[in-house]
Design a protein around this ligand. Structure first.
Ligand code: MRU
Length: 338
């Protein structure tokens, strides 16, 4: 089968693997620009500012980034590697892929002799990148079985190619079905406040020639009520051992509305997003983001001075609202097996 190529190179090595080059997702859809990352500060900044974002892409960028930053270090050593890894792992709290990737890198480093450390880190990071590409295809093939000609799919945030090293998670089934000639339409929530749906999902689907319509988040329930949507596909930042799922804020109300209107609600994620150490959704740390993300629309202030905000980046959808988990190990139906 022809697997579509991702619309952009989200994370790549710099020459000699002494750093990485990431697509600057803050600039989309207006400009396709890239940022070079060679220092620890640059790497943490790229992850915190959502220059690179999306759980799997954060994991890949963290792995390649730590390897690249370490290779670029003037005073390398295992203590410095541990400090770099710790700082990067703390950059964002919710997506478990970040810590998963860093742990893998450190486990590999522990087995490598000192004079092979740089090479071992780069090799492991490259493996994580390659596995991510393959996991996306596996999710796409598993999920495409649920898609039929003429279906309308609703998605939230961006869980597409821009959020991974490959063809995405929630959008992977769409890409695979599209490559097989199955006509589909995607409805994308704009995803307040950072507009990943409008800026990123619409950008990559339009590039791929897949029909996409953007709606305000608040219109999703009425669209579901009208019977326009056949299935909801979303990604995940962390799936707890019991199946509760953290994803971009606004996912939980979407799941409630889908349930109320009898529409299947699917969570698509690689197994690296499943966190067996987190018992349930209540134990997932939810990132709180800066006031300015709500206080400004572009350069214009839209909030009176002094008004506080509640700005969680993610919410938790209880497992009872999930129809299927579509993973690189196949389709898992609740109750979750762990
Ligand atoms: O804050 P972001 O843009 O990193 O949030 C991304 C999401 O919530 C995605 O839906 C999730 O990471 C899955 S990406 C395949």
């Amino acid at each position: 089968m022809h697997i579509p190529t991702p619309p952009a190179n989200v994370v790549a090595w710099l020459p000699d693997r002494r750093g990485i080059r990431v697509l600057d997702q803050r600039a989309l859809p207006l400009a396709e620009t890239y940022v070079d990352v060679q220092t620890l500060d640059e790497l943490v900044h790229a992850i915190r500012t959502l220059t690179v974002r999306g759980a799997p892409a954060i994991g890949v960028a963290a792995a390649m980034g730590v390897a690249g930053v370490y290779a670029h270090e003037r005073a390398p050593g295992r203590a410095r590697l541990a400090a770099i890894a710790h700082a990067v792992a703390e950059a964002r709290p919710t997506a478990v892929n970040l810590r998963w990737a860093i742990t893998r890198l450190l486990d590999r480093a522990a087995q490598a002799p000192d004079d092979e450390l740089v090479h071992a880190l780069a090799h492991e990071a490259q493996c994580i990148h390659g596995e991510d590409v393959a996991m996306c295809v596996a999710i796409g093939e598993a999920g495409a079985a649920l898609l039929h000609p003429g279906m309308c799919v609703l998605t939230h945030c961006n869980a597409g190619a821009l959020a991974t090293a490959g063809i995405g998670t929630a959008l992977a089934p769409v890409y695979v079905a599209h490559a097989r000639g199955v006509p589909l339409t995607v409805y994308a929530d704009e995803t307040r406040p950072l507009l990943q749906g409008a800026r990123l999902t619409a950008w990559e689907l339009q590039r791929a020639g897949i029909p996409v319509t953007v709606l305000p988040d608040g219109a999703a329930a009425s669209l579901l009520a009208r019977g326009v949507i056949d299935a909801v596909f979303v990604g995940a930042d962390r799936i707890a051992a019991n199946g509760d799922t953290a994803n971009k804020v606004g996912t939980y109300p979407l799941a409630l509305a889908a349930r109320a209107h009898g529409v299947p609600f699917h969570v698509c994620a690689p197994w690296s997003t499943v966190d067996v150490a987190t018992r349930d959704g209540a134990a997932i740390e939810i990132e709180q983001r800066h006031r300015d993300e709500l206080a400004f629309a572009g350069d214009r202030r839209v909030l009176p001075d002094g008004v506080p905000v509640y700005n969680p980046a993610f919410d938790v959808t209880p497992r009872a609202l999930v129809t299927h988990y579509i993973t690189d190990r196949g389709v898992v139906t609740p109750p979750f097996l762990l």
